[in-house]
Design a protein. Structure first.
Lengths: 151, 228
């Protein structure tokens, strides 16, 4: 592949609930659906475990985007972990605005364990959003310095 | 507990102008409980400041630490060993904590990251309400356990004003009329008749109006002259 064919390969951290999004990623893999290798999954017992500091640390260390992927609204295994996670993501996006980073770099995603295709669709959309934004200014890189072969 | 909230990020950033390395110090007591200056908040604020100053092209190196109670010098003492490397300390303690650090480390610039608001009560998770102004002369025994000084905007002492509407204060529709609650509580306690006694004008000299306050307890004071 020539340099001109290479495209910006974002680094995206995905905090995934083991009861839904993580299982949905497994299902997508079992069904041979492909999704961007930009997504680095961190398994969590529940998205209620995701805290603001960890999300900010991921961005501080150069992640181009952070997603927290939890159960569909009203279906949390621990009653309201995903609701709390949504509040925290909303808080993070407000913080990003004051920090000076694009708010779109953090996102809450909701899928059930049976929604492998939806997992792929949601994360493909997120990867596209991050590609449009370009590399995080905190990564110290530009689109030209960090490239990959994945679509 | 003492209730505080974080200052806006840009205000804190402006305090850090000219600093290259700063130590953010949280407090493990009141401001941890009210989610303003605990370990999590120190982490969030420090990361936010590192990122924001980096994006501005004036990166400030911010280290993080905690002390159990910033308002007591014994807990702050271990900070001294490493202070030389920092241009300033960013305190996430209440106003007492900030002043304790300033008094203890006079050669170091101490910056307040929080606005200390009031002595309050967590009405629900994420909601705090003022409950005490430290007026220095408690009257809760005659007001049904409801403080008219801190909870009535006018600090009235003899019943509600004309702005009390169906138990709600005219100042804010989310604020209960303190005197409505006082009357209800006294009725429930069978003590309503006591309400007929007119309370004299309060002596505010025991409150802030009397100037800077100090308590000296000789029974617990430790002599510094070496004598028993």
């Amino acid at each position: 592949m020539s340099a001109t064919e290479k495209t910006f390969a974002p680094q995206i951290v995905a905090f995934c609930c083991r009861h839904c999004a993580y299982s949905a990623a497994d299902l997508a893999g079992s069904a041979r659906m492909s999704y961007s290798p930009s997504i680095k999954i961190v398994e969590m017992p529940c998205t209620g475990r995701a805290n603001v500091v960890e999300i900010l640390h991921a961005l501080e260390k150069g992640a181009d985007g952070v997603a927290v992927a939890g159960c569909l609204p009203g279906t949390c295994h621990y009653i309201k972990g995903n609701t709390l996670a949504k509040h925290r993501i909303d808080h993070v996006t407000e913080l990003l605005k004051t920090i000076g980073l694009e708010q779109q770099r953090a996102r809450m995603i909701n899928v059930s364990a049976a929604m492998g295709a939806q997992f792929v669709a949601e994360f493909t959309n997120f990867v596209d959003t991050i590609k449009t934004l370009g590399p995080s200014p905190l990564s110290g890189e530009t689109s030209n310095t960090r490239v990959g072969s994945q679509s | 507990m003492i209730v505080a909230e974080q200052k806006p990020l840009n205000e804190i950033k402006s305090m850090l102008k000219g600093c290259k390395k700063v130590l953010a110090v949280g407090c493990g007591t009141c401001v941890t409980v009210c989610f303003a200056g605990g370990k999590q908040e120190v982490g969030i604020l420090s990361a936010s400041l590192r990122m924001s100053t980096d994006l501005d092209g004036e990166a400030v190196n911010i280290d993080e630490t905690m002390v159990q109670r910033q308002c007591e010098k014994e807990y702050n003492a271990p900070l001294e060993a490493d202070l030389e490397q920092y241009d300033a300390i960013l305190s996430l303690g209440c106003g007492v904590g900030v002043q304790s650090l300033a008094q203890q480390f006079p050669g170091k610039r101490i910056l307040p990251a929080l606005n200390t608001k009031f002595m309050g009560y967590p009405a629900e998770h994420g909601v705090w309400e003022e409950r005490c102004q430290g007026c220095g002369n408690c009257v809760l025994h005659i007001t049904g356990g409801i403080c008219p000084v801190s909870r009535c905007p006018k600090s009235l002492f003899n019943g509600p004003c004309g702005g009390s509407q169906s138990g709600i204060c005219e100042v804010d529709e989310e604020t209960e009329c303190a005197w409505h609650r006082i009357c209800e509580n006294q009725l429930n306690l069978g003590l309503f008749d006591e309400m007929m006694e007119i309370q004299p004008a309060k002596d505010w000299s025991s409150a802030r109006d009397g100037g800077h306050r100090r308590i000296v307890r000789e029974d617990v004071r430790i002599p510094h002259d070496g004598k028993a």
